[in-house]
Design a protein around this ligand. Structure first.
Ligand code: TUI
Length: 315
């Protein structure tokens, strides 16, 4: 039997976390994933604290099971959200796009389980030294803001570096049971999945966004923003072509950054598939239907269990 330390640490049935997708992962999605036995996560993104507090309160009404909040550390509201999760009694915090070191003491004092997303071995080691309870090793296959290394090379190296101290969660490019089984073979004890949940019934993105994911091919994503220091993976469209043009012509950084402002809102809320930022991972091509979060999780783990010849749920 293959049992996961993560299920015990987070008090969940299946070792799966739902990615903290900015502007996308709300109370509806997070509660559905938690109700299905995974860990649902509300994304802080760049939203103001009151909006995220309201999502936390809604989630508490929708489920009694554990859920988390993702804090995007580049956000100007990160400090306030970091305090809010303590006030609201949130059990789990994941972080992205930076180092949460300065909040660690406060979170620990409130009994919060802290799980940073990390793109390299050096950053993983630093986070564990700072008190992380687990790390999410996210490969460059992921959607949104990404690092350089693939999941295949990052996960085993992070496992070797910190796996004796904390469990490692694999992320980036995991969309079905094969991805879960492969992650376990690399030494991960859980997975984080974002893109597959985009087409969940409980995911409140614009229908145009869901159709774009369902129509995506293997080479449909592209990374833009290397010149800004914040590379982001999205589905190719008119906006990413504009980014490419500006970056190829060494346009001023402000002009490139300006192009991204409000672009996620355009895609997620307005369904603007030309001018919006359609963040998605490379595994989008594998996502070809709408399902409930429960169906997604059960289907993924049935396939993984078949492949591994053992069950990987709660101990
Ligand atoms: O954070 C993500 N994915 C995201 S965040 C996002 S919203 C956004 N808004 C404005 C600019 C950029 C993004 C959309 N997608 N994934 C987790 C992640 N964290 N990927 C990479 C990292 C990361 C990078 C550097 C984590 C730690 C880190 O540490 C740097 C340091 O020196 O401490």
């Amino acid at each position: 039997m293959m049992k996961s330390r993560i299920c015990n640490l987070l008090d969940i049935e299946y070792p799966i976390l739902q990615g903290g997708m900015a502007r996308i992962a709300d109370a509806s999605l997070a509660a559905a994933v938690s109700e299905a036995g995974g860990l649902g996560i509300i994304a802080g993104g760049t939203a103001p604290v009151d909006l995220i507090r309201a999502e936390v309160q809604k989630t508490k009404e929708l489920t009694k099971k554990p859920f988390g909040v993702n804090i995007m550390l580049l956000s100007q509201h990160a400090d306030e959200i970091a305090t809010m999760v303590c006030d609201e009694g949130v059990k789990v915090v994941t972080t992205g796009a930076g180092s949460p070191g300065k909040y660690m003491k406060m979170w620990k004092e409130h009994g919060i389980t802290v799980i940073p997303v990390i793109p390299s071995v050096a950053i993983a080691k630093r986070m564990v030294r700072d008190g992380a309870d687990a790390v999410i090793a996210e490969g460059t296959e992921a959607g949104g803001h990404i690092g350089d290394l693939t999941t295949m090379v990052l996960v085993p190296q992070v496992v070797d570096a910190v796996g004796d101290k904390v469990p490692v969660i694999a992320a980036g490019g995991i969309g079905d049971g094969r991805g879960i089984a492969a992650s376990m073979m690399l030494g991960a004890e859980a997975v984080q999945v974002g893109t597959r949940f985009l087409t969940a019934y409980e995911c409140n993105i614009h229908p145009n966004y869901k159709q774009k994911i369902i129509g995506a091919k293997d080479i449909s994503t592209i990374v833009t923003g290397y010149s800004t220091g914040h590379p982001v993976r999205c589905l190719k469209n008119r906006l990413t072509r504009k980014f490419e043009d500006l970056e190829a012509n060494n346009a001023p950084l402000e002009e490139i950054e300006q192009l991204g402002v409000g672009a996620l809102y355009k895609a997620v809320i307005e369904g603007d598939m030309d001018g919006g930022s359609i963040m998605a991972g490379q595994i989008a091509a594998l996502v070809n239907k709408e399902q409930s979060c429960k169906e997604i999780i059960i289907e993924m783990f049935e396939q993984a269990d078949d492949l591994l010849g053992s069950k990987i749920g709660k101990a």
